[in-house]
Design a protein around this ligand. Structure first.
Ligand SMILES: *[C@@H]1O[C@H](CO)[C@@H](O)[C@H](O)[C@H]1NC(C)=O
Ligand SMILES: *[C@@H]1O[C@H](CO)[C@@H](O)[C@H](O)[C@H]1NC(C)=O
Ligand SMILES: *[C@@H]1O[C@H](CO)[C@@H](O)[C@H](O)[C@H]1NC(C)=O
Ligand SMILES: *[C@@H]1O[C@H](CO)[C@@H](O)[C@H](O)[C@H]1NC(C)=O
Ligand SMILES: *[C@@H]1O[C@H](CO)[C@@H](O)[C@H](O)[C@H]1NC(C)=O
Ligand SMILES: *[C@@H]1O[C@H](CO)[C@@H](O)[C@H](O)[C@H]1NC(C)=O
Ligand SMILES: *[C@@H]1O[C@H](CO)[C@@H](O)[C@H](O)[C@H]1NC(C)=O
Ligand SMILES: *[C@@H]1O[C@H](CO)[C@@H](O)[C@H](O)[C@H]1NC(C)=O
Ligand SMILES: *[C@@H]1O[C@H](CO)[C@@H](O)[C@H](O)[C@H]1NC(C)=O
Ligand SMILES: *[C@@H]1O[C@H](CO)[C@@H](O)[C@H](O)[C@H]1NC(C)=O
Ligand SMILES: *[C@@H]1O[C@H](CO)[C@@H](O)[C@H](O)[C@H]1NC(C)=O
Ligand SMILES: *[C@@H]1O[C@H](CO)[C@@H](O)[C@H](O)[C@H]1NC(C)=O
Length: 393
């Protein structure tokens, strides 16, 4: 309470000071947060007017952010907007899951927001528009999210000018009627990308039709933590160096039937947590060094062309919760070390030509405490399966 009078006094003083002095930008920037700039506010309002609000966004957090935008207010306080505290320039436009429906082109007023660092338009409906090539005129972008928003056509090469990107998400632009990818990034797209966007940490390109090989240069992206290229129509040999990227935790190239390669020798320094190669043509044996992947949680190798016996070292994966090796050409026995997979919840070993297994050889499996799903479909078994209360299937 004692401070209240001083508070009034300082406001009063500031007012007098400002009103008797020529405006001094230095003082202003210290005492008053700048409001958003007029031109940027009008760009945002014009963008808002361009779109219908329609039921096109799913998910619990979806809501029509632009509906609350009103001309009379400081646009820096609007839902989905953040400004630079010193300059007032809009630096974040997050309109993910905002029920926006309508097309977008090079003339969109968002390209007047030249200071944007993060742009998220994911989970809306841009009515099969091409990605406007002027997105390349937002040179400060570090985050670009155009996922699941009905963009179509060729990814413009201007995106490769955005050399500051750390996050690029073009995934899941899917034609709902034909279940086919809408976006294409034909060669040399991926090579250009890996030559220019060298700071990328997350690259999410699932369902972008590339119809190409994976260039070795992708392994130059040494900051990558997450790489997802499911269903991209990739073919040829997957560059082994990508497995060894020092920060890579999530690698998924599921459902690229013509993509092939062997699993490399894994180093115990590997941070891999998730490796998804399901529905590819990876072949050869699992290296014993797979037991070095101490961080591994999800390992999906279903529907590949892998052979040989399962290495005993697979029991050394303490965090493994999902192991899918069904529909391959594995032979031999299920290693007894599987009993040590104390976090395993899902195990699919089905449809492999294992040696005939007496059910006693599976006693290791019954010892996995957390196991909730077990697929033994079409493996050679004989004997009785013991009753196990906590097994569901
Ligand atoms: C919105 O769309 C979803 C799926 O497309 C549908 O299940 C839901 O009923 C729709 N909601 C409204 C309010 O129309
Ligand atoms: C979406 O595109 C279709 C076909 O080009 C067009 O008829 C329709 O008016 C567009 N809808 C919107 C909201 O732009
Ligand atoms: C963009 O605006 C210019 C000039 O206003 C116009 O000539 C052009 O047709 C517009 N392009 C699109 C794709 O709307
Ligand atoms: C990108 O958009 C998708 C779809 O709306 C969303 O699930 C994801 O969380 C977004 N990612 C970021 C980093 O905003
Ligand atoms: C945007 O403009 C460029 C040329 O400035 C043109 O090549 C491109 O096709 C246009 N893209 C869209 C989506 O309108
Ligand atoms: C790569 O980045 C440089 C520098 O920003 C740019 O001049 C060049 O056009 C970019 N290459 C591609 C393929 O976009
Ligand atoms: C991807 O593009 C190629 C060549 O353009 C085409 O033959 C193929 O059908 C496309 N794949 C999908 C899944 O649409
Ligand atoms: C990128 O990778 C290629 C081939 O893998 C290599 O020759 C080149 O030196 C690498 N460039 C950089 C900058 O690391
Ligand atoms: C594992 O990788 C680290 C860092 O890349 C390297 O220093 C070490 O020699 C490698 N160890 C083996 C056994 O390859
Ligand atoms: C699987 O491997 C076998 C021999 O190793 C080869 O004959 C067959 O073509 C491969 N199948 C696929 C789908 O790659
Ligand atoms: C399965 O593996 C065996 C060797 O264990 C090999 O002889 C056979 O060709 C493989 N079959 C296929 C379809 O790859
Ligand atoms: C399970 O792990 C323990 C401790 O690392 C080890 O002593 C034991 O031999 C392992 N069991 C099997 C069946 O590999």
């Amino acid at each position: 309470m004692a401070c209240l009078p001083c508070f009034y006094m300082s406001i009063h003083f500031l007012f007098l000071y400002l009103s008797c002095q020529p405006i001094d930008a230095h003082i202003l920037s210290r005492s008053v947060k700048p409001l958003c700039l007029e031109d940027e506010m009008s760009a945002l309002l014009q963008f808002k007017e361009r779109y219908e609000i329609a039921n096109v966004s799913g998910g619990p957090l979806a809501h029509p952010k632009t509906l609350s935008w009103k001309n009379s207010q400081d646009c820096c306080s609007w839902d989905g907007i953040e400004c630079n505290e010193n300059t007032g320039h809009v630096i974040v436009l997050d309109l993910g899951s905002s029920f926006l429906y309508g097309s977008i082109d090079n003339n969109s007023t968002i390209f007047r927001l030249a200071h944007l660092e993060k742009l998220n338009l994911g989970n809306n409906h841009f009515n099969y528009s091409q990605i406007p090539s002027r997105v390349g005129d937002l040179p400060r972008l570090t985050h670009l999210n155009l996922s699941a928003s009905f963009f179509s056509g060729q990814v413009p090469s201007e995106i490769f000018k955005l050399t500051r990107l750390v996050y690029l998400n073009l995934c899941c632009n899917l034609d709902p009627h034909h279940d086919r990818p809408l976006l294409e990034m034909k060669a040399p797209g991926l090579r250009r990308l890996s030559q220019n966007l060298t700071g990328l940490e997350e690259l999410l390109l699932s369902l972008v039709n590339m119809s190409s090989q994976v260039p070795n240069t992708l392994a130059n992206l040494s900051s990558l933590r997450r790489l997802n290229m499911d269903e991209c129509d990739l073919h040829g040999i997957f560059p082994p160096a990508i497995f060894h990227l020092p920060k890579l935790q999530y690698l998924s190239v599921d459902h690229n039937e013509d993509l092939t390669g062997r699993l490399p020798n894994f180093n115990s320094s590997s941070p891999l947590k998730e490796l998804q190669l399901g529905g590819t043509s990876f072949y050869g044996e699992l290296p014993a060094s797979i037991g070095n992947l101490r961080s591994m949680e999800i390992l999906n190798l279903q529907f590949c062309n892998l052979t040989g016996s399962l290495p005993r070292s697979m029991g050394n994966l303490p965090l493994l919760s999902y192991l899918g090796i069904g529909c391959n050409n594995f032979s031999g026995f299920i290693p007894a070390s599987f009993a040590n997979l104390s976090n395993l919840e899902y195990l699919d070993v089905g449809k492999n030509p294992f040696t005939v297994q007496p059910t006693s050889s599976l006693s290791c499996v019954w010892k996995i405490k957390k196991l909730a799903t077990l697929n033994l479909w079409r493996i050679n078994l004989y004997g009785e399966i013991p009753p196990v209360e906590n097994l569901l299937s």
